[in-house]
Design a protein around this ligand. Structure first.
Ligand code: SF4
Length: 749
């Protein structure tokens, strides 16, 4: 595949361009001043329709990421245990030679695929990751979703009929925000896209509302809230059940505008009956009077939103916590109601059919864990590779992921990846995971690709659309990530290692158009596919696909049906984005359940409540439990090679309460040895009364001291990998990893 030589026209003039930051879920607008492919300054775009100038420290580092000398710019092949530069043709030829016989012999499931979090922050990853999986047809699919968010997909599937119909707190209009296990002052928000969460939270209090944060730590968000309720790790579902218990017991239930569109209320009332505020107090540490008061406040508020995130989902009862969060939104009359928990309508959203949401269409080989949303639990990945027997995963493809640092029981996964017969990685770094790859195909950096947030405009607290063209062309000899993914898919499916990628892309697009014109619910039903094909903006690749999705979306121009409607060219004319307005009620019309109602009480959820009773009676016996934490300068594992984000005080510390530190004999600044049933790490001690007694905290994404990786700045501030302590335990319904509430022993090191 040949690449045209690229010229950079040298100029002394400063250019200013606007783009959406793709690094986290907040989707901030950036103003990028640059000259000759050098970023001079990045600051918040004050005219951005959503972020209005807000930016965090990560957003200003996109230029550093692009210039990082450690970033991969050419494929690498492992020879004699060392990675050496190779051409694209050499890399794909080796992949073809090693992987196609394996697939021919054992079938596609022999190849496991891990999709890391950055995939949902890129158009190529969002659109062509899916195309790659369809081509490969493997069922051995794993992703970051079972690290931290599968409970929410699962309960949305059960209650609303589609796993991506996720309610978000209507931050800008709510009177009362109850937030559990979330720290948006550091994370910038998750499964609820809102630039400047801190400002939006402050505005709730300023307009006379109230923000309550439930968390084992006095986080930055908890400090900024009107009230902080400390709670023992992993016990959030007990607290949520008890809130519902009070509401049912005191006759505080009001379904509001959804009154005729909810079923299963009686079953929920029965399910929460045993969880009184008094009965959950010993396990949660939350006084019964506090639970009762908060239940009454929620029920009495004009509008309220209950929002739970990482801390509630990465726990043993993640699905029950997610379920009861949305049950509370329903029974307080706040679901799908302005000021409550609402459903965004993205410009690219396509119509969804009504059908019963099911899981378990296939299972893991070793422990029979069921798939959810087409994915297997990543906590089972090491078993699926290491345990002998028919159907074993013998090869892996990782795309923009570093599961050795970011998924549970890291030491075992590290061992598993080392044992593979072949591994391919698509990544911008030679990191702790990709060092195991036989071939690494370099990804595309954010400034060199167009951007539109497919994932996060579906989770946004306002309806927004914003498109950023690539700021710079690809570097000489580079392939765009979508080209890499299509070529990889073609190579693995016997189409040769140097296929015509444009032809494959045309075929992928033709299939998308074909299924739309054949779908009776599509605005294109019955139209001539050729006419659609030739009318679509953008030569090919993600831009063409985006244009199609915008034109056929809910605000779309429908290929001539509404000339003022949405299209890619319309977005191109709006560099600061288009505000499509506040969230609007969508139910019952857009409910996807077979009943056409909110189904509160799926039998799978009710059956799991039995397990929760045991949690009430569980004794801690004075054992410390480990929780994670976020830092605004960190982005899981992959921004640690940017110097300005890791310099300064040590952030990978073990936080411990003074009382526990005294008892154990730990000194601030000393080291602690932390052990779980999975492993041991040694971390610097940070004594702080911001964490409750009985709980210790380590951030995740660190541990950059492994041989064979090539991230020099990260290695100089390596930190320790908290996932060496996570055990592989999971929430059985969703398969989500248990990363919070891990029993640990802590001693001076
Ligand atoms: S908050 Fe997120 S989107 Fe905004 S600048 Fe920071 S990393 Fe980028």
């Amino acid at each position: 595949m040949s690449q045209a030589t690229r010229f950079i026209f040298v100029t002394t003039e400063l250019s200013i361009d606007y783009r959406t930051c793709p690094l986290c879920e907040a989707t901030c607008g950036l103003e990028v001043s640059h000259r000759n492919e050098e970023v001079v300054r990045i600051r918040g775009d004050r005219d951005d329709v959503f972020s209005h100038g807000f930016i965090c420290p990560k957003g200003s580092t996109l230029g550093k990421l692009d210039k990082d000398p450690d970033r991969l710019r050419a494929p690498l092949i492992k020879r004699d245990g060392r990675h050496v530069a190779a051409t694209w043709d050499e890399a794909f030829a080796l992949i073809e030679e090693k992987l196609t016989p394996l697939i021919a012999e054992d079938g596609p499931n022999v190849v496991g695929v891990y999709l890391g979090n950055p995939n949902v922050h890129s158009m190529s990853g969002s659109l062509y990751g899916r195309a790659f999986l369809k081509m490969l047809r493997t069922r051995s699919i794993f992703s970051a979703a079972t690290v931290d968010q599968m409970p929410k997909h699962l309960t949305s599937g059960y209650m609303f009929g589609h796993p991506d119909l996720i309610p978000v707190p209507d931050l800008d209009r709510t009177d009362y925000l109850l937030m559990l296990g979330a720290n948006p002052h550091e994370s910038n928000g998750s499964l609820a896209t809102a630039p400047d969460w801190p400002g939006r939270m402050e505005a709730i209090s300023a307009r006379g509302g109230k923000v309550v944060v439930v968390d084992p730590r006095l986080t930055k968000s908890a400090r900024a809230a009107d009230e902080h309720v400390p709670i023992r790790p992993g016990t959030d579902p007990l607290f949520l059940f008890a809130l519902a218990n009070v509401m049912f017991g005191e006759g505080l239930i009001s379904l509001g505008r959804l009154d005729d569109h909810v079923e299963g209320l009686d079953q929920v009332a029965a399910a929460v009956e045993a969880f009184t505020p008094e009965s959950i107090e010993p396990a949660t540490g939350v006084p019964a009077a506090t639970t009762q008061r908060i239940a009454r406040e929620l029920a009495g508020a004009d509008t309220a939103a209950i929002y739970g995130r990482i801390g509630t989902h990465t726990a043993e009862f993640g699905t029950l916590a997610s379920w009861m969060t949305d049950v509370l939104n329903v029974i307080t009359g706040n679901l799908d109601n302005p000021g409550g928990a609402m459903f965004p309508k993205a410009a690219h959203e396509q119509r969804r059919s009504r059908r019963r949401f099911e899981t378990g269409r296939w299972t893991t080989r070793v422990n029979g864990r069921h798939e959810v949303r087409g994915e297997l639990a990543v906590s089972e990945l090491a078993n699926e590779i290491l345990e002998p027997g028919e159907g074993r995963i013998k090869a892996m493809v990782t795309i923009a992921g570093n599961p050795v640092l970011s998924t549970p029981d890291s030491d075992r996964l590290d061992e598993a990846l080392r044992s593979l017969e072949f591994m391919v990685a698509v990544d911008i770094y030679l990191n702790e995971t990709t060092r195991h790859a036989d071939v690494i195909l370099p990804g595309t950096t954010p400034l060199r690709r167009p951007h539109y947030d497919f994932a996060f405009y579906q989770l946004s607290v306002r309806n927004i659309a914003n498109y950023s063209p690539a700021l710079y062309e690809l570097e000489d000899g580079s392939l765009d990530e979508w080209q890499v993914l299509l070529r990889l898919g073609a190579t693995l499916t016997g189409q040769g290692s140097d296929p015509d990628v444009d032809t494959i892309d045309d075929a992928v697009f033709a299939m998308t158009v074909g299924s739309a014109v054949a779908d009776a619910s599509s605005p294109l039903h019955g139209r001539n596919p050729e006419e659609i094909f030739s009318a679509t903006d953008g030569a090919r690749g993600p831009d063409r696909m985006l244009d199609f999705l915008l034109r056929t979306g809910p605000y779309g121009e429908g290929y001539g049906a509404d000339p003022d409607g949405m299209s890619l060219s319309k977005l191109r004319e709006a560099p600061h984005g288009i505000d499509l307005g506040p969230l609007r009620p969508r139910f019952p019309d857009d409910l996807c359940t077979p009943s056409g109602k909110v189904e509160l009480a799926r039998e799978e959820l009710l059956a799991d409540v039995e397990r929760l009773h045991a949690l009430m009676a569980r004794e801690t016996n004075g054992q410390l439990t480990l929780i994670g934490r976020r830092d605004v300068r960190s982005n899981n594992s992959w921004m640690h090679n940017v110097d300005v984000l890791v310099k300064g005080r040590e952030r990978c510390t073990l936080q411990i309460n003074p009382e526990d530190a005294d008892r154990i004999g730990l000194d601030p600044g000393g080291n602690a040895k932390v052990s779980s049933s999975a492993g041991t790490v040694v971390a610097p001690v940070e004594v702080t009364d911001e964490i409750m007694t009985g709980v210790v905290s380590l951030p995740h994404g660190w541990g950059h001291d492994m041989d064979g990786s090539q991230m020099s700045i990260a290695a100089s501030r390596a930190g320790v990998n908290s996932n060496r302590l996570s055990t592989g335990a999971m929430d059985p319904l969703s398969g989500n990893a248990v990363l919070n509430g891990i029993p640990v022993e802590v001693v001076p090191a």
